[in-house]
Design a binder for this molecule. Structure first.
Ligand SMILES: Cc1cc2nc3c(=O)[nH]c(=O)nc-3n(C[C@H](O)[C@H](O)[C@H](O)COP(=O)(O)O)c2cc1C
Length: 207
């Protein structure tokens, strides 16, 4: 928290632009904290359920984030019950916390999902070779993978059946709770998407 005051400090729309820049950076740069946000869903009992996920893409114009996941995992079932979702990021160098809220959408079959599958590395796709669903009980310690592929980079042919387990989670957000930490005084703003206006509307909040 150095003393320098950034241009966005007292400017709502520049603050929103800062959020956009962080999300775009997070999708590109694996060393950026925004690359591994916490994604929260709601379980069948109404309890929050969180996990770290890798941010693969941010389409700011569509207000959409893309994550990859196993179609057999708990979060997929939870989203079928309630599509409410929240994404949490704190980037220490930027001193910026973002809390995005909106709805989650699971997709498994479309040319876009096929492309996401193809563009993932062989090692990344190997996770989807797990024989049983993530979160399932195991009598012994396990990676979930068939033993013959442990420590080995799979081939396209070996991976082909695992495509059935691959899903994309889209997060479509319509609210951004934005918090910037500064020595002089923190700043907080709420941005809501106004569908009728086709624009973000911002409001300063007490941090
Ligand atoms: C650094 C890191 C990155 C992760 N990335 C993903 C990911 O991109 N997709 C995913 O489904 N799980 C990812 N996980 C695992 C999840 O945190 C979680 O354990 C798993 O998805 C099961 O969650 P669920 O039971 O809520 O479905 C990651 C975990 C860590 C620690």
């Amino acid at each position: 928290m150095s003393g320098e005051i950034p241009a966005f400090y007292d400017d709502l729309m520049l603050s929103l632009a800062e959020a956009r820049a962080l999300l775009l950076r997070g999708a590109q740069d694996r060393h950026c904290a925004a690359h591994t946000p916490v994604v929260a869903t709601v379980d069948a009992g109404g309890m929050p359920s969180q996990r770290v996920m890798i941010l693969r893409e941010c389409d700011w114009e569509a207000r959409r984030l893309r994550f990859h996941t196993d179609s057999r995992g708990d979060k997929v079932g939870q989203l079928a019950g309630s599509n409410k979702i929240s994404v949490l990021i704190y980037d220490e160098p930027a001193k910026l916390q973002l809390r995005l809220t909106g709805h989650g959408q699971i997709e498994t079959d479309s040319p876009a999902i096929d492309a996401a599958w193809r563009e993932s590395t062989l090692f990344a796709r190997r996770c989807y070779m797990a024989e049983n669903a993530p979160g399932g009980i195991s009598d012994a310690p396990t990676s979930g993978l068939p033993e013959w592929i442990e420590g080995i980079k799979p081939t396209e042919d070996q991976l082909a059946p695992a495509r059935d387990n691959f899903a994309v989670l889209y997060v479509i957000f319509d609210r951004v709770d934005w918090l910037y930490l500064a020595n002089r005084g923190h700043r907080r703003a709420m941005f809501r998407w106004n569908d009728a206006a086709g624009a973000w509307q911002g409001q300063w909040l007490v941090p």
